[in-house]
Design a protein around this ligand. Structure first.
Ligand code: OGA
Ligand code: ZN
Ligand code: ZN
Length: 558
């Protein structure tokens, strides 16, 4: 119960704090759902006793604060971790939130994505959760992703939807065919050019995702284009704030009808949330019915609409590409505008489309991330067990254990003020000695076990190159330093001198030049020096647990 642990609650809005009480009378522990009405809370809430504790609160370790409430004597315990993550601040509403609005997105122009279209192979997408997460993340952040080599079968687009969510059936069916029809109910079913638009603006709720799966595209023309509608709207706000405000507040009567269907929705072209941030764009020149507004408002609307339309048509905004058979485009239909060039009606062009919703896609991504985080926790548990188990064993003729050696290397890195990734590299640099098909013993009896590579490869699933590459280089760095620093060799331990021979001896000038070209060359040398210093039997380094939170922060999320 030291001062540094104390959790400040006095300035917090009391109703907010009480509404978030995590106790089992306030929330059902089985599902986390709230068990009281807002009207059940006493109107004149006040803090009674406030106690700091070193641990407790929502099952988490660490500091917590316990509150006895007045006037109803309810007791709440809040963890410091929860308060730190949720404490109200000036910029709280600027965060990404549900990532549906503009602050959760990466806005783009064509140049930002030229040659870097987010894409993945269908088989990899289905088979690898990391690829699946990347694709779904692209749809959330950029508004689209392109799946390649999706089997060219009719109906396949539905399987693509079902891989992350639910088909949104509409008047066009569970899926729809985009091809030339003799009696088109929609201009989409002709060979006409279609300018950038969103689909189904005449529906409320509007389908928030669209998929287009290309079965054939042999016609002359029929190329695809995408425009980031949020970017266009943000440009309008920058260049003509008045026009932006008009489009954000004017309900537009979007309409569609055919022999079996009448659909109507009065919605603004640019939908903003309560903080004024762009959340949805509806833009479709084909389906705007007659606006009924006072004459001056009609003038203002048409001026604003035209200005916005001109922005959406800027070539700099439109990303152009051509769908080939097997391509399936997934895109955010309340953000991206899609377009196609005109095509020869005699040519074979056939897309199958389906609608779906982006909330389910975001939910699927969240579940993938949760599973990944759990797997990351297990991975760190496994490392902790290695440090305690196998790591407690002798280290190749040195006077410290393997675990002590790696922990000492990490302490050196930390003391040198190295970035987390390099501390992690120092901590894990000899992991390749563990559990390998060839043991450290064999290194001592004359076989180079390439432990630097084995370790780096084993860690690559969880850490980026800034952790794995210095590890990969730490043996080469020894050979490098022996070549470029005459006094370095003299400082090597007896065992290290022996293994140097097995590892190939000092580098020759060609090898030195090649080593220096590696972008991680300096990091490899840094790890090497900490490695050499980390063999002191008199030192006791802190345990693996000290480094675990830092490692957790470095884990790749997908
Ligand atoms: C549509 C449409 C695009 C295309 O059907 O709404 O925009 O490439 N089609 O045919
Ligand atoms: Zn369309
Ligand atoms: Zn080492």
């Amino acid at each position: 119960m030291t001062e540094s642990l104390s959790v400040d609650v006095v300035d917090l809005p009391l109703m907010w704090l009480r509404d978030n009480c995590p106790c089992s009378r306030c929330r059902d522990p089985r599902n986390g759902q709230k068990l009281f009405q807002i009207t059940d809370l006493p109107a004149g809430l006040a803090l009674g006793a406030v106690r700091q504790s070193a641990d407790g609160g929502d099952g988490a370790d660490g500091a917590a604060v316990e509150i006895d409430w007045a006037p109803d004597s309810h007791r709440s315990t809040y963890s410091a971790r929860w308060l730190a993550a949720n404490r109200p601040g000036a910029d709280t509403c600027e965060g990404p939130g549900d990532r549906r609005g503009e602050t959760g997105k990466t806005l783009w122009t064509a140049a930002d994505l030229e040659g870097r279209i987010p894409e993945a192979d269908w088989a990899a997408y289905l088979g690898d959760p990391a690829v699946r997460a990347q694709v779904l993340e692209s749809v959330l952040a950029l508004g689209f992703a392109l799946l390649r080599d999706v089997p060219c079968r009719e109906g396949q687009v539905l399987e693509a939807v079902e891989s992350f969510g639910y088909v949104r059936e509409t008047n066009y069916g569970r899926l729809f065919d985009v091809r030339v029809e003799p009696d088109p109910t929609n201009l989409a079913f002709t060979g006409a050019r279609i300018t950038p638009h969103t689909d189904n603006p005449y529906r409320d709720p509007v389908p928030t995702l669209q998929l287009l799966h290309c079965l054939s595209n042999a016609a002359v023309g029929g190329d695809s284009g995408l425009v980031d509608g949020f970017k266009a709207a943000a440009l309008l706000r920058e260049e003509d704030p008045g026009a932006f405000a008009v489009l954000a507040r004017t309900p537009v009567p979007f309409r569609f009808s055919d022999s079996r269907t009448v659909l109507e929705a009065d919605r603004p072209m640019i939908d903003v949330d309560g903080h004024g941030r762009i959340r949805e764009v509806r833009f479709n020149n084909r389906s705007i019915a007659t606006l009924r507004l006072p004459a001056d408002q009609l003038d203002a609307f048409y001026l604003a609409y035209r200005t916005f339309a001109e922005i959406t048509l800027r070539p700099a905004l439109q990303l152009n590409f051509r769908l080939s058979p097997g391509d399936c485009l997934i895109f955010d239909n309340v953000r991206l505008l899609h377009a196609r060039t005109a095509f020869e009606e005699s040519g074979a062009r056939h897309l199958q489309g389906a609608y779906a919703d982006i909330d389910a896609l975001a939910g699927t991504l969240a579940v993938l991330r949760r599973e990944r985080a759990a797997a990351g926790g297990e991975f760190l548990d496994g490392l902790a067990a290695l440090f305690e188990g196998e790591g407690a064993g002798v280290y190749l003729g040195e006077e410290v254990t393997m675990a002590q050696h790696m922990l000492q290397a990490a302490v050196r890195a930390e003391a040198a003020g190295a970035p987390d990734a390099l501390v992690a590299a120092a901590l894990l640099h000899d992991l390749g000695h563990f559990h390998g098909p060839v043991s450290g013993e064999e290194l001592m009896t004359g076989t180079d076990n390439r432990h630097s590579h084995t370790g780096a490869d084993r860690l690559a699933e969880w850490f980026g190159p800034e952790v794995t590459e210095p590890i990969r280089l730490h043996v080469a760095a020894k050979r490098y330093l022996c070549a470029v620093e005459p006094e370095y060799f003299g400082r090597l331990s007896e065992a290290s001198v022996y293994t140097l021979k097995v590892q190939g001896g000092p580098m020759n000038p060609t090898e030195v030049a090649a080593y220096e070209k590696n972008p991680y060359a300096a990091d490899g040398v840094a790890v090497r020096r900490w490695d050499d210093e980390a063999k002191d039997p008199e030192v006791t380094a802190p345990g693996f647990a000290h480094f675990r939170p830092m490692l957790a922060g470095l884990l790749r999320t997908a």
